[in-house]
Design a protein around this ligand. Structure first.
Ligand SMILES: Nc1ncnc2c1ncn2[C@@H]1O[C@H](COP(=O)(O)OP(=O)(O)O)[C@@H](O)[C@H]1O
Ligand SMILES: [Mg+2]
Length: 243
């Protein structure tokens, strides 16, 4: 299969707000693909539609060839989704949370142990996994949740703002584990970010979106050359002015 995610002319209307307006994009297997744009551009809406949590008003989405409306269950079985505002169960320790979540995926005890062991490594939280998640900083919680989203080795991991609001150390850790994980396990990653400077370091390809439409797409390098920008923030500013 040569396409991991195909978003075709997707429009989403909430009352009189057009959150997505004919969005088109294609993600290839095993790439880290970034949906980049300012707040309100439609990133979360797009990721929720791709995750089968929201129905498009018009248009079609396929995930590894499966229609997200007609084959929603099949799509759910091959993806994982990290919401923008996700919490971990605060009365559980990090270990207990990972174990609780792994039980949904593991087929037997060996697989369960292996999944938790791997998630613990991904999280990089070490001894702190013994503590209740209510005692974690925002960065630690996000690391735990990213580990949860990757531990089942989904064909597609959809990560909404995985590093939003985190300091340099936590953001760096999360970027590195995403990159490493994709290389080792062939997981396709679709992530969103409003931080245009950060995504250059992680994404193979990006689309810049504004007001629910794609305004530019390519590798970060291609976009910087084409629009003569020092970085993607400059590219975005130029593209939006031109559009
Ligand atoms: N459930 C909803 N009801 C009404 N408006 C919504 C809803 N979800 C999103 N929107 C609106 O759709 C637009 C895109 O939002 P969103 O997808 O969250 O953008 P982003 O993730 O890029 O910040 C915004 O104007 C937002 O207010
Ligand atoms: Mg969002």
């Amino acid at each position: 299969m040569s396409v991991a995610v195909e978003v075709s002319e997707v429009t989403k209307v909430f009352g009189n707000i057009r959150a997505l307006d004919g969005l088109c994009l294609e993600v290839k297997p095993k790439e880290i693909f970034g949906l980049i744009g300012p707040n309100g551009a439609g990133k979360t809406t797009a990721l929720r539609i791709i995750s089968t949590l929201l129905l498009p008003t018009y248009g079609m989405v396929r995930v590894f060839g499966l229609d997200t409306v007609k084959n929603a269950d099949a799509v759910r079985s091959i993806i994982s989704y990290l919401p923008e505002e996700a919490g971990a169960y605060r009365y559980l320790s990090g270990w207990e949370y990972l174990e609780f979540m792994a039980k949904f995926y593991a087929k037997n005890n060996d697989e369960l142990r292996e999944m938790i062991r791997e998630a613990a490594i991904i999280s990089g939280l070490g001894e702190r996994l013994k503590d209740k998640t209510s005692a974690y900083s925002k960065g630690m919680k996000r690391r735990l949740l990213v580990a949860r989203a990757l531990m089942s080795k989904p064909k597609l991991a959809i990560l909404d703002e995985p590093t939003s609001g985190l300091d340099v150390i936590h953001s760096y850790h999360i970027r590195e584990i995403i990159k490493k994980y994709v290389r080792e396990h062939g997981v396709t990653v679709l992530l969103s970010s409003h931080n245009m400077l950060e995504v250059e370091h992680i994404c193979d390809r990006v689309v810049l979106i504004n007001k629910g439409r794609v305004v530019a797409e390519g590798t970060p390098q291609e976009l910087k050359e084409k629009f003569e920008g020092e970085n993607l923030e400059e590219v975005f500013a130029k593209v939006v002015k031109l559009a």
